[in-house]
Design a protein around this ligand. Structure first.
Ligand code: HMG
Ligand code: MG
Length: 297
């Protein structure tokens, strides 16, 4: 398999990037962040989530954020939906795409969405059916594919099982979440090769957190196997409130720089992305975590 000539970046900053920050941003700043990301050329921007506001208060008001966005335009604004309740809110907000999220670890599933893996799949069944009836696209996430904060190592067979179930439910794409950043290039290769046995490579996306600084190496391994969809977060913001100690997502600026070095097209303006990273970190009163952003200062 050769490397892709074009990569689609899925910017998760406004969701994964902000969901774990101690500062809860106003609707206006969340909207401004998304507008700036659109101006960078990003076409897929995760705009928020319809989860319980007591579980993740930072994502409360996602409906108000969506109300300010051009949902009928060309940019995709997926939102996270954990259950029927979340889907109803997403439909009321007029979204065109949702993302459901499961895990390859039983304990993480319990901590994150308060149910077992099997129960989560049962819950998602009517959610996906109804979403499709309304013409929505459904993306699927699998967390902890390369390790769990509670259970440690996770068997590849557990990952393959959950991915298969999300594909069977009708997810058009599955994003493989290295939730705590314990993945390696070899693990990345083994997981993707196992999945590619009976799934087209263009149905897979990779979602690395950069806790151990391995995300770019892992992305390079995924690219070599033909993966062409990469999740990333501006300025390297990110983390999951139910995965303590996990680092931020791989920084979008760093991924764009990597792709530039490889001659892979992506359609994103790096200078504007750097400015956007600085803007959002100033709003959060925290340092930028992207090496490329810092180097371009
Ligand atoms: P639960 O307590 O089991 O829910 O939480 P329930 O169905 O028993 O209902 C309890 C109450 O919650 C009820 O209200 C429901 O109406 C309400 P009451 O009758 O008591 O007044 N409720 C809701 N309210 C708002 N929105 C909803 C909703 N559902 C029920 N959707 C639940 C289950 C899934 C809601 C909860 O566990 C939750 O919100 N979890 C969210 C966790 C989360 O957002 N984690 C971060 C995202 S995942 C991630 O970051 C990983 C990823 O980036 C990939 C990677 O890196 O690995 C994607
Ligand atoms: Mg994540």
């Amino acid at each position: 398999m050769t490397m892709p000539s074009h990569v689609r970046l899925v910017e998760v900053g406004p969701r994964d990037g902000l969901q774990n920050e101690s500062t809860t941003l106003s609707k206006d700043v969340r909207v401004e962040l998304i507008r700036r990301l659109m101006d960078c050329g990003l076409t897929h921007i995760e705009a928020g989530s319809f989860v319980h506001p007591q579980w993740v208060p930072q994502m409360a008001g996602t409906d108000a954020v969506l109300a300010e966005l051009p949902l009928d335009g060309d940019t995709h604004f997926p939102v996270l939906v954990p259950n029927q309740n979340g889907l109803e809110k997403a439909l009321a907000a007029g979204v065109k795409e949702i993302a459901i999220f499961a895990a390859a670890s039983e304990t993480f599933s319990q901590k994150n969405i308060n149910c077992s893996i099997a129960e989560s799949i049962r819950r998602f069944m009517p959610v996906v059916e109804q979403a499709h009836r309304h013409g929505l696209k459904v993306r699927g996430y699998v967390s902890c594919v390369m390790g769990c904060p509670y259970e440690g190592a996770i068997a590849i067979t557990a990952v393959v099982n959950v991915v298969r179930q999300l594909v069977d439910l009708g997810c058009y794409e599955i994003s493989l979440g290295d939730t705590i950043g314990t993945g390696s290039p070899l693990m990345t290769q083994r997981i993707i090769e196992s999945l590619a046995n009976d799934l087209e490579i263009n149905r897979l996306a990779v979602h690395f957190h950069d806790t151990y600084g391995q995300a770019l190496a892992n992305i390079y391994a995924a690219l070599q196997l033909g993966v062409s969809v990469i999740d990333s977060s501006v300025a390297g913001l990110g983390g999951c409130p139910y995965a303590h100690g996990a680092g931020g997502n791989v920084a979008s600026e760093d991924v764009v720089h990597l792709l530039n070095g490889l001659g892979i097209a992506h359609g994103v303006n790096l200078d504007k992305l750097v400015d956007t990273g600085r803007y959002i970190c100033a709003q959060l009163d925290r340092p930028v975590m992207s090496r490329v952003n810092l180097a371009m200062a």
